[in-house]
Design a protein around this ligand. Sequence first.
Ligand SMILES: Cc1cc2nc3c(=O)[nH]c(=O)nc-3n(C[C@H](O)[C@H](O)[C@H](O)COP(=O)(O)OP(=O)(O)OC[C@H]3O[C@@H](n4cnc5c(N)ncnc54)[C@H](O)[C@@H]3O)c2cc1C
Length: 436
Amino acid sequence: MTDKNRKIAVIGAGFAGLSAALDLIKAGHEVVVFEASGNPGGLASGFKEEHWDWSVERFYHHWFQSDAHLLGLIEELGWSDQVLFPKPVSVMYHKGKFYPFDSIKAALLYPGLGWGINKIRFGLVGLYLRFTKNWKPLEKVTTEQWMRSKAGNFVFESMWKPMLDGKFGENWSDKVNMAWMWARLHVRTTRLGTFEGGFQRFADKFARKLTEDGVQIRYKQSVNKISKNPLGRLDVQTGDEQSEGFDQVLVTLSPGLMAKLAPDLPQDYLGELLKLNHMGAVVMTLSLKHPLSPDGYYWYNIPKQAGYPFLSLVEHTNFLKPEYFGGDHIIYIGDYLEKDHPNFSKSDQELLDEFLPHLKKINPKFEADWVKKAWVSKTGYAQPIPLLDHSKNIPSLQTPIDGLWFASMSQVYPWDRGTNFAVEIGRRAAKLMLEN
Ligand SMILES: Cc1cc2nc3c(=O)[nH]c(=O)nc-3n(C[C@H](O)[C@H](O)[C@H](O)COP(=O)(O)OP(=O)(O)OC[C@H]3O[C@@H](n4cnc5c(N)ncnc54)[C@H](O)[C@@H]3O)c2cc1C
């Protein structure tokens, strides 16, 4: 094998897999991407009705202005003119009402923190986290311990506890480390971005460009085993029992799937993979005949104690114009849940029956016949859970099996998962594979 004729497999055509494939093909290697579904984009993929010009993501998605890896990739591809950054309004709940919370002015006016010392402590803590780069000591304390001591019990219980409970549930919310919170507050922006046509259009365009550059993308090819063959190469076996030899393989799936695909990994590494925890997500998308939010709000953060059977309500068409969707108004109803939560086994109709009555609390005029169509997306792997000293738990990208590499959402720590970090880790993995 000379360096120029390596044959490389990438498992998964999400943002990480596609980004890795770009750099591997550029370096002159033969690259085959195996994708279980029928299209690229992974968790950020979308779907489209006949009468829509744009697709909507299966799980709500937007970019931040600080997403340098993602925006840098788009610039490299020459498509920056197709990125939009509107400024939709996100709101917080307080005593039965919702208040904008997406600027310093809005935070100052938010009644949930009172008007005195608590608001000042909230602001100072936010400023500190925005400016400090020193996240390492923060992984040694939980968000709860740190926030209670620095921002006070009132600020923690009003602002941060509802968010932690909503995102991580009662089993994990008091165990998540403070570096996770730092990563969110350190880089996120209030202006939110997307690609003209939706994330799916970006993924399709990216996949097409890779194909033109020579990458083979094989859709509906689910990989079920990766093992060393007697020649020292890695056999990639697909669902149809076909097997093909590769010099290097990069897996971009969840840690659990990685452990299943490569059972020959040494126990230490398998143990690291299986020790990682994550939340799943159930997200319903509805197309409506009328707008839902009476005030034109985009993102409703809803604390569990407010009595809604979901965490967030997102009116996508208050972020992007309804004209892109043939005049339909699109909303998402989402929640992060543990894999064994009953919502994973409920039918779409059962979820709809449960959710719809609560939309009347957002808009009393809402009627069930506003709903044109409903879709439900479920994933068991949506949000990694970072515990204390989590940097010690991150499996290396290079696995102990020669030529086998692993790059997933669970390894972008201390950053929180996102397409920006999928691009970063995909490209980092490609660089290491090329140097190896
Ligand atoms: C509810 C929710 C909201 C989110 N919101 C945002 C957001 O607003 N902004 C943002 O940037 N990010 C957001 N994210 C995160 C973002 O979607 C992920 O970080 C990113 O898409 C991960 O990309 P990936 O390539 O690492 O993995 P994935 O997207 O999971 O890609 C893995 C691919 O592998 C394929 N696959 C699985 N098994 C096999 C197999 N056996 N063989 C072959 N292929 C297989 C899958 O079909 C998939 O296409 C959100 C995620 C969720 C769940």
